[in-house]
Design a protein around this ligand. Structure first.
Ligand code: R5P
Length: 312
C-alpha cells in the first residue's frame, strides 16, 4: 500500500521493503483546509506531496458553523485557513479541534492571510489589541503557526506558540512582463520597502524606492508624498502587503501619472479588494492588478504555497 501523498513519499524515494512499509503505516501528515483557502491548500498539497483531508462545511439553521473532517488518518495535521472573516476564524478553531478529535498529535496552522493583523495595538483607550486576541485563540489549538507576510513581523509574537512569517512577495515577480522599461519597484509606504525589494530581486532588475503615506483615520482618506525619484517614461511596479479599499494604491497611481510614468502595475501579497477597490484602481489607470492566493479571488495570479511548503 503506497503512502500516497505523505511526506515520506514526497521527500524520499519510496520504501523498498515490507518492514519499511509497515513502519508508521498511517500517513504522517494531512492537510486540512478551511472553506476559503481551498486553492491555496491544493497548491500546498501539490508542493509538498501531502494528502488533502475530506472536509465538510455546514451551517445550522441558527447560523452556527460546523466544519468537520472525515477519513482523517494522520499524526500531524496541517490546518490551512485565511482568517478573512469572523466565520473563517470560527471555522479554523473548529478544524483545529476536529483534527485533535480525529487523533492528530501535532497541529501546524497555516494562515495564508491573518485577519485582524492590522489591529496590532490599542490606538486609543478602551480599544483591544485585536491581533493579540485572535492570535491567542488560534494558539490554543496548534503547536505552531506559519503565516504569510503578516502586516508587521511583530504580530508573530502575539501567538503563545512558535509563529513564523513567510515571505511570499517574490512570487509577485512571475506575471510581470519581461520587457519592463527601466523598472522601479515602489512601496507606497516605508513599511513595505522589504516587499518591493523581494519583488525586484525575484524579477532580477530594477531599482527600489518608497513613498511616504499619511492616512486620515477619521475619514479613511490617504495621501502619499512623492519622493524625488524620476519616474517619467518608466514602468513602476507598486508593491504592498495588502490592497484593501484601494485608497493607497489609487492615490499612488495618481501621483505617478502626474509625474509622467509609463505603466503602473499594482501587486500585493493579500488581495483583500474590499468594496469597489478594483473599479477604483481601473479608473486610476492601472496597467495590471494582481496578488497571490492567500486571499482567493479573481486577481490571485500566483500561489504563495511554494514558500510555505519550504517551512513544512
Ligand atoms: C497598511 O499599512 C497596509 O500595508 C496597506 O497599505 C493598507 O492595508 C492598504 O489599504 P487600502 O487599500 O485601504 O488603502
Amino acid at each position: 500500500m503506497p503512502l500516497a501523498g505523505s511526506r515520506l513519499t514526497a521527500t524520499t524515494p519510496g520504501p523498498t521493503t515490507e518492514t519499511e512499509l509497515s513502519v508508521g503505516s498511517d500517513p504522517p501528515d494531512m492537510i486540512v483546509t478551511g472553506s476559503g483557502s481551498q486553492t491555496f491548500a491544493a497548491a500546498l498539497a501539490d508542493a509538498t506531496g501531502r494528502d488533502l483531508a475530506a472536509v465538510a462545511y455546514d451551517r445550522f439553521p441558527d447560523g452556527e458553523l460546523q466544519a468537520s473532517v472525515s477519513g482523517f488518518d494522520a499524526d500531524h495535521a496541517v490546518v490551512v485557513a485565511s482568517t478573512v472573516s469572523s466565520d473563517a476564524h470560527v471555522e479554523l478553531l473548529q478544524l483545529q479541534d476536529a483534527v485533535r478529535e480525529a487523533g492528530a498529535s501535532e497541529v501546524t496552522t497555516v494562515l495564508p492571510y491573518m485577519g485582524y493583523a492590522r489591529q496590532d495595538e490599542a490606538f486609543s483607550a478602551g480599544e483591544p489589541v485585536s491581533a493579540r486576541a485572535v492570535a491567542r485563540a488560534i494558539s490554543t489549538g496548534t503547536d505552531r503557526v506559519l503565516t504569510v507576510n503578516p502586516h508587521e513581523a511583530a504580530v508573530c509574537d502575539f501567538f503563545d506558540v512558535p509563529a513564523t512569517g513567510v515571505d511570499a512577495a517574490g512570487r509577485l515577480a512571475d506575471p510581470l512582463p519581461a520587457d519592463l522599461r527601466d523598472p522601479l519597484f515602489l512601496s507606497p509606504d516605508e513599511g513595505a520597502t522589504d516587499l518591493a525589494t523581494s519583488v525586484r530581486d525575484a524579477y532580477g532588475a530594477g531599482a527600489t524606492d518608497y513613498f511616504v503615506k499619511h492616512r486620515d483615520y477619521d475619514t479613511g482618506g490617504v495621501a502619499v508624498e512623492p519622493n524625488d525619484t524620476a519616474v517619467a517614461g518608466r514602468d513602476v511596479v507598486l508593491v504592498d502587503d495588502i490592497v484593501a479599499t484601494g485608497s493607497t494604491m489609487s492615490e499612488a497611481i495618481a501621483v505617478l501619472h502626474d509625474r509622467g510614468v509609463d505603466r503602473v502595475f499594482v501587486t500585493c501579497v493579500h488581495p483583500l479588494l474590499a468594496a469597489n477597490a478594483r473599479t477604483r484602481l481601473h479608473r486610476a489607470g492601472v496597467a495590471a492588478l494582481y496578488g497571490t492566493d492567500t486571499i482567493e479571488g479573481p486577481v490571485s495570479r500566483v500561489s504563495a504555497a511554494p514558500p510555505v511548503a519550504g517551512h513544512l
